[in-house]
Design a protein around this ligand. Structure first.
Ligand code: CA
Length: 223
């Protein structure tokens, strides 16, 4: 899952970046409305975390512009503006959720997971495919009910694939979902993670579509 964080406060930005990256989420951080516009043109984001008081403009203007341009991705406003009128204005401008600062990182993470579920059309917080179950909130993975330990990156690759069964993701698409800007990506990093996942979860869990990428399919992984 790739997230765009639009936040000019260095302490809040750093805390959110560290916290969400530790959960295996790829996060790009911009500090102005102008940089946010450029980032939104350059990449597809699964979620935007949007501060309102920003250098170069107001987050609400950016949000209205996004919606007017047909960008329907989830947006969570995080701001110190806590009046009811502000919340109503934020939601009515097209936000999906509204979190008032100061907030606990745990609550932000839970809201991020809820928005990811909703945008994928799911209600069950646990993702299941064949014998595999993935619980993003607890960072737990099991095969046939037996817990399996994964690294943060392996977890992120697995989550990206299992969220979209029968969809083929290229190596580049997986890199975009697993690594944020400025994070070192080895040339065969995704292959290494897929190899580890097959070793831990079963050889036939992830299928390679030669020359295209990787997929997880309900039919193949059912045993
Ligand atoms: Ca601000």
């Amino acid at each position: 899952m790739r997230i765009l964080l639009v936040e000019d406060d260095p302490m809040i930005g750093e805390a959110v970046r560290k916290g969400l990256r530790a959960e295996g989420l790829a996060l790009d951080w911009v500090r102005t409305v102008g940089d946010a516009r450029l980032a939104l043109v350059g990449a597809a984001y699964d979620l935007v975390l949007l501060d309102l008081g920003l250098p170069g403009g107001d987050g609400l203007q950016l949000l209205r512009a996004m919606r007017a341009q047909g960008n329907s991705g989830p947006v969570l406003i995080m701001t110190a503006r806590d009046s009811i009128a502000d919340r109503v204005a934020g939601l009515d401008a097209g936000a999906d959720d509204y979190l008032v600062k100061p907030f606990a990182l745990d609550e932000l993470s839970a809201r991020v997971r809820a928005l990811a579920r909703r945008s994928a059309g799911r209600a069950d917080p646990v993702l299941r495919l064949g014998a595999i179950a993935v619980d993003p909130a607890r960072h737990q993975v099991s095969v046939d009910g037996k817990a399996v330990k994964l690294s943060a990156r392996e977890f992120s690759v697995l989550l990206s694939l299992i969220e979209r069964p029968d969809t083929v993701l290229s190596r580049t698409q997986l890199e975009e979902r697993v690594y944020g800007w400025g994070e070192e990506v080895g040339s065969n990093a995704i292959e290494v993670h897929v190899h580890a996942l097959r070793r831990k979860l079963g050889a036939d869990v992830i299928q390679t579509i030669r020359g295209v990428g990787y997929t997880m399919s309900d039919k193949e992984s059912a045993r």
